[in-house]
Write a new protein. Structure first.
Length: 346
């Protein structure tokens, strides 16, 4: 008996059922996902997907913009629209309301949503570490050296990293002050330290010629992932092939962006005209320096990797800090199914 190759088999399907396009599209998708025999470019059906980011367009979103700009999503049969988040955007509410198919999330937010009964799940983590850290003046040599400093903390920080920092180093609420996303208090007072992102506040300090140090919380054991891909459980149930393709294409986008960010940066500037070439270049350099995308488990398991152990650490921290109820089913806040199959190596 003659054994047909996958491509010969597919050509027969097209000849027999060419007029039934929906049947053909489903057949191609099934072969692509189950056997991996036919490359994604053969898929004729295009699925429209909306991704909601967690802030204004910036280098931290580069892999997703790159996947649009370089045609990577298109290669996987996806037509992706990226919508910017921002300070007034409630991403979880929009996701739950069907205004987006995926959103860029954060472990604490997702776990808290699960506790509240919102059926959301994380399918990949673009960043192996949370980029959150502390910006200090040059006299501070570590996170342990802040006991006599005033620390500027935003409202969101008080329900995420601040309890961790206090518990680890014995700091007190009395030494904290509100952070209003204005660096002038830091510039004016050498006794002030402040929360910071490596591509934002650190860049502004450098531009102002203020000697400073940045300390990444993750280097001292802060557990959560960041820039995660979050979706509704109904999407996992009803569109698993779309989720699989979106995850793999997004991780390929990150690999491409770190190699040559120019295409993605062009789209970032289109969405956010205030983003300059200099700041984008600085942001990409920080992503590489801190190995936010390629470090941790991503080095061995592939970009976007997550593990049960890391999720357990984040859950235990939140429960210990009284940020989450112990009875919360944290396992439902994530699935390793899709990212384990993506295998996009750095």
């Amino acid at each position: 008996m003659r054994v047909l190759s996958p491509l010969h088999l597919l050509s027969r399907v097209f000849r027999l059922f060419g007029s039934h396009r929906s049947f053909v599209a489903r057949s191609v998708s099934a072969v692509t996902l189950t056997g991996g025999l036919i490359a994604a470019p053969f898929a004729h059906a295009t699925d429209h997907v909306t991704l909601l980011t967690n802030w204004y367009a910036q280098a931290e979103h580069g892999g997703f913009y790159q996947a649009v700009a370089a045609g990577i999503y298109q290669k996987y049969g996806l037509d992706v629209t990226i919508k910017m988040g921002g300070p007034q955007v409630n991403g979880m509410q929009l996701l739950a309301g069907g205004q987006a198919d995926f959103m860029l999330g954060y472990d604490f937010q997702t776990l808290s949503s699960v506790e509240a009964g919102i059926p959301v799940t994380t399918v990949a983590a673009a960043f192996q570490y949370d980029p959150q850290g502390i910006l200090t003046h040059a006299d501070v040599s570590s996170l342990a050296g802040l006991k006599d400093k005033t620390i500027l903390v935003a409202g969101s920080g008080r329900t995420s990293w601040w309890p961790w920092l206090k518990a680890k180093y014995g700091y007190a609420d009395a030494q904290s002050r509100p952070y209003t996303f204005n660096l002038q208090p830091f510039f004016a007072d050498p006794n002030v330290a402040m929360q910071a992102y490596p591509s934002s506040e650190t860049y502004q300090a450098e531009q102002a010629h203020v000697p400073a140090h940045f300390f990444l919380f993750a280097d001292d054991g802060y557990p959560p992932y960041n820039t995660t891909i979050v979706t509704m459980r109904d999407t996992l149930k009803n569109k698993p092939d779309v989720v699989a393709r979106f995850v793999k294409a997004s991780m390929e986008g990150w690999k491409s962006y770190l190699n040559d960010p120019a295409p993605g940066n062009a789209l970032i500037k289109k969405d956010n005209p205030q983003m300059t070439d200099a700041q984008l270049a600085y942001g990409v350099a920080q992503l590489k320096k801190l190995k936010l995308v390629t470090g941790g488990d991503a080095a061995a398991l592939g970009i976007g990797a997550m593990t049960d152990a890391r999720w357990k650490k984040t859950f235990e921290y939140m429960v210990g800090a009284k940020l989450l109820k112990p009875a919360t089913d944290y396992h439902s806040a994530y699935t390793l199914q899709f990212i384990q199959n993506a295998k996009v190596m750095p």
